[in-house]
Design a protein around this ligand. Structure first.
Ligand SMILES: *[C@@H]1O[C@H](CO)[C@@H](O)[C@H](O)[C@H]1NC(C)=O
Length: 316
């Protein structure tokens, strides 16, 4: 019996070898463009937290640091990191925020104060030898330029790129511009009840895109996986961490802003964000894409990347 099984297994193995071999060579043509060659590093931030980072492109070009949103990691910037035009003209840096992805996730709520986020950013740009980069922030990643300017002053960055997010001086900025449906979702993030958390995570992953946008199953699963791997106490600390936009708002004359929004953003009312930021006097160009939701860089990467490149060229 044992021999029979072994023989059957061997025959099966021989049978599938050519098929498997063929599928391997075929799949190599489907692998990501060769241009996507991250230069992975793990840096140690001021408080000892390890931060996972990557850099792509030519170091002599102006640098842009891409900061992802809540619950995910830098992998969501794939459509920027694979764009050959950006790769030729921009030194692209990305990292997983503390509490997320491959970075450390301390349990203490104090580990999620603004200064810690600024220190993580500094540790990453120091590691890659970059001075005065541009900062691109998606959603909650849009808080990071405010952290950096509060800690190191406006001259520490060259400009700010906001993607599906908002900026302003007020602690309650987010409550002013957030759509009511999102408030329930954020409450669910804080819940220790698995069903409540699951509903919030599913609703949030749907809220990332315009209603008609077809997100690949793989991307959706990847996003949900990122949320699931966060420890609940880290999830709460990261989701409700303090925000202070006073320093960056005071620096509005020194810092150029590029703001890219989707008209169908399910998280923020982007016309309210525009009115709010205009009233606060930001030096900005403000774009609202039709039929795009909370993730313009993912839903409309060509248009987004072109605007990023033009902005960096104009202000480098
Ligand atoms: C945004 O807010 C304004 C003012 O409250 C409102 O008139 C508008 O309908 C809102 N837009 C969306 C897309 O929710």
């Amino acid at each position: 019996m044992k021999h029979f099984l072994a023989a059957t297994f061997l025959a099966f193995a021989l049978l599938i070898t050519p098929i498997y071999g063929a599928s391997v060579s075929r799949s190599s043509t489907l692998s990501p463009p060769t241009a996507y060659k991250p230069n992975p590093r793990t840096v140690t931030s001021e408080d000892g937290t390890r931060i996972y980072a990557e850099a792509l492109g030519n170091k002599r070009n102006p640098a842009v640091v891409f900061v992802h949103g809540f619950g995910c990691s830098l992998v969501h910037y794939k459509k920027q990191f694979e764009d050959s035009k950006l790769l030729r003209n921009v030194y692209m840096i990305g990292y997983d925020m503390r509490g997320h992805g491959r970075s450390g996730a301390p349990f203490e709520p104090e580990a999620y104060e603004s200064i810690r986020y600024a220190e993580d950013f500094k540790a990453v740009i120091d590691e890659f030898g970059v001075v005065k980069p541009f900062v691109a922030g998606w959603s909650a990643g849009g808080f990071v330029p405010a952290d950096v300017v509060a800690a190191y002053g406006p001259s520490s960055i060259s400009g700010v790129i906001l993607l599906g997010t908002a900026m302003g001086p007020d602690e309650d900025l987010i409550s002013i511009v957030t759509k009511p449906e999102m408030v329930g979702i954020f409450t669910g993030f804080a819940s220790l009840d698995l069903l409540e958390f699951r509903s919030a995570a599913l609703a949030f992953s749907t809220a990332l895109y315009a209603v008609d946008f077809k997100v690949a199953f793989k991307e959706e699963q990847r996003f949900l996986g990122g949320m699931l791997t966060m420890h609940p106490s880290v999830r709460v600390s990261a989701a409700f961490r303090p925000y202070n936009g006073r320093a960056i708002t005071a620096a509005q004359d020194e810092l150029p802003f590029l703001v890219i929004q989707g008209a169908e953003d399910a998280a923020f009312n982007v016309t309210l964000v525009r009115d709010y930021m205009t009233e606060k006097g930001f030096n900005m160009e403000y774009h609202i894409f039709d039929r795009v939701g909370h993730s313009p860089f993912f839903e409309a990467p060509e248009k987004t990347n072109r605007l990023i490149l033009d902005f960096v060229r104009d202000h480098a």
